[in-house]
Design a protein around this ligand. Structure first.
Ligand code: HEC
Length: 133
């Protein structure tokens, strides 16, 4: 049967471990702050207005008719995106967007692309369970 002194020592050790681990976790969050331009926030509003999310996902969330667009900017580039939005395809509707709307949607897609990678297969998993993108 452990003595009261031993119990207190264990409790203090657990408390110190908890506090140090919490400090470590909250001071080393892998969150990147990226500034949002006016164009990008207009693009987000258009994204909602035209309900792009009904067919597309961002970080895997959304409809599944079209592909996940989180990293479409780095994968395809601005020119591909704007020509795609200008004409649509047999399954992707042509929304008859203005040039300025296309610019904003492209800026939004660029912004979400800079926030990280959506495909978990590209993640590096560390021994402590944290991930690196
Ligand atoms: C009715 C469903 C639907 C809606 C709504 C929709 N899309 Fe699409 N989108 C698709 C489909 C399906 C594809 C794949 C088409 C193909 O390859 O022919 C696609 C492809 C794309 C691509 C090219 C992706 C790639 O990697 O080739 C982009 C960019 C895109 N959509 C952006 C948008 C944006 C921005 C909106 C909102 C303004 C939107 N889409 C709304 C169905 C949709």
């Amino acid at each position: 049967m452990p003595s009261d002194k031993q119990k207190i020592t264990v409790a203090v050790l657990l408390l110190v471990s908890f506090l140090s681990y919490s400090f470590y976790i909250y001071t080393s969050l892998p969150v990147k702050e990226s500034p949002v331009s006016n164009k990008a926030s207009e693009g987000k509003q258009l994204w909602q207005q035209y309900n792009c999310n009904a067919c597309h996902q961002v970080y895997g969330l959304g409809g599944y008719l079209g592909p996940d667009l989180t990293n479409v900017y780095s994968k395809r580039g601005a020119n591909y995106i704007s020509s795609f939005l200008k004409s649509g395809t047999a399954i992707m509707p042509n929304f008859h967007l203005s040039d300025s709307e296309i610019e904003s949607l492209t800026a939004y897609l660029q912004n979400i692309d800079s926030s990280g990678k959506a495909d978990p297969r590209t993640f590096k998993i560390h021994f402590d369970g944290t991930i690196e993108q």
